[in-house]
Design a protein. Structure first.
Length: 430
């Protein structure tokens, strides 16, 4: 029986308060970490197999190892709470209900890489989250977990909060750094990577907050314990945000490797109103859609890649048989076209052309050649942009054309929706 790790405190009364966190073992991992050397901590995180929870899935310990060792080089930790991926709401719950878990992870990560400054970047619309972050950081200072000479260790760390302005693109790490510097949130060309040239030109470790929330548990319970959860290439627990046509939408913490079907039917209560499952977007709006035939696929980095999709943020958007996949693709493509920073021509113009094609097809004005044009556009955009958004924005159209071609053909031939566009209930709001 799996016992929650990252969400173990969220249902406790006053779970966001420091006294609740301390009463349940909070900050003990910091006390232990400060007795170890930075190299020991990096080795522990490497052996745990922890991979980033923000979408890319890069090994956390390897990223820590990229930071320069020279103690004379100022280093920074940047905490990404800019949760803007449609379908994703795990980070919001963490920061609103258990922010001290993340702060503890930040302290340990900062000590391990030699950083004395940490910045939290949070989505501007998370008003309660901002308040909770500010209060939690103030309480951590008051109790000696932040500031000068933390717990008498000689290690100093200052931490502050910066609100974003709601741009989706700032979820990309270098765009977030640009925004933190007071500039427009446009992605940087890599290399150099943030570990080399990051915030204000200093080496910077960037992590999603779910990644950082894992750190205290790894330090307290050991790398082997963490690595024993999950699959061969996807270690540890994961918070899955489940939305759409399910009876119990919400966040579910489960081991990586739990199947799509188990999450939908055993935890999220199955498809609502007795309908049949039609499709699942497994990792947030930017990941390729899967069909009902994929219910036995484990939610893990390697298994989703094997079936042509991605784990992403672990945000599952579940769709029943009444869903028009052409409409899903159009609405998601519209979102990406709107959120493009405009820096790259393939993304700026390609996203708009792709949206126009999908809109034309959905309205019954499409031509058979439009599908080939859409797929050609996807090929011309994918991998040819500054940041991964170019690859992300083509996924809704490309994956639905490939896996639900009959719906597109029906739109083109009959000039109307196969499932009844005027009557079905859309799950993705414009």
């Amino acid at each position: 029986m799996f016992e929650p790790v990252l969400t173990r405190n969220i249902h406790r009364p006053n779970s966001e308060k420091i006294y609740t966190y301390l009463a349940n073992g909070g900050y003990e991992a910091v006390r232990l970490a400060l007795t170890k050397s930075p190299d020991e901590l990096i080795d522990i995180v490497k052996r745990s197999g922890l991979r980033g929870r923000g979408g890319a899935g890069f090994p956390a310990g390897v990223k820590w190892g990229f930071m320069p060792k020279d103690p004379n080089v100022p280093k920074i930790v940047a905490v990404n709470t800019d949760e803007g991926e449609p379908g994703t709401f795990k980070d919001r719950e963490i920061v609103e209900r258990d922010p001290h878990q993340v702060i503890e992870g930040v302290i340990i990560a900062s000590y391990a890489v030699g950083a004395h400054r940490a910045y939290v970047y949070i989505r501007g619309e998370f008003f309660l989250g901002v308040k909770r972050w500010i209060k939690a950081i103030a309480d951590a200072y008051e109790h000696g977990f932040l500031g000068k000479n933390i717990l008498g260790s000689g290690f100093d760390l200052d931490m502050s909060v910066h609100r974003g302005a709601g741009a989706y693109i700032c979820g990309e790490e270098t765009a977030m750094l640009e925004s933190l510097e007071g500039k427009p949130g446009n992605p940087r060309l890599k290399p150099p990577y943030p570990a080399q040239v990051g915030l204000f030109g200093y080496p910077t470790l960037v992590h999603n907050i779910e990644t950082l929330a894992c750190i205290p548990h790894i330090i307290l319970r050991g790398a082997e314990w963490f690595a024993s959860i999950g699959t061969a290439e996807s270690k540890g627990p994961k918070i899955f945000s489940v939305s759409g046509h399910v009876n119990r939408p919400g966040n579910y913490e489960l081991p990586l490797g739990t199947t799509i079907g188990e999450i939908i039917y055993e935890h999220a209560g199955g498809i609502r109103n007795g309908k049949k499952l039609k499709a699942v977007i497994p990792g947030g709006a930017s990941t390729p859609v899967l069909t009902a035939e994929h219910v036995n696929v484990p939610m893990a980095f390697e298994t989703l890649a094997a079936v042509g999709s991605q784990l992403g943020t672990g945000a599952m958007i579940v769709m029943d048989e009444t869903t028009c996949m052409v409409e899903v693709a159009r609405r998601l493509t519209k979102f990406f076209a709107h959120e493009s920073c405009g820096r790259c021509v393939p993304c700026r113009l390609g996203s708009r052309r792709l949206y126009e094609i999908l809109e034309r097809i959905e309205r019954g004005k499409g031509k058979p050649a439009d599908l080939d044009l859409a797929l050609e556009l996807a090929r011309e955009i994918d991998g040819l942009t500054f940041c991964p958004m170019g690859s992300a924005l083509v996924n809704p159209a490309r994956s639905t054309i490939e896996r639900f071609r009959e719906e597109y053909d029906y739109h083109l031939t009959n000039k109307k929706c196969l499932v009844g566009n005027s009557t079905h209930e859309p799950i993705l709001r414009e």
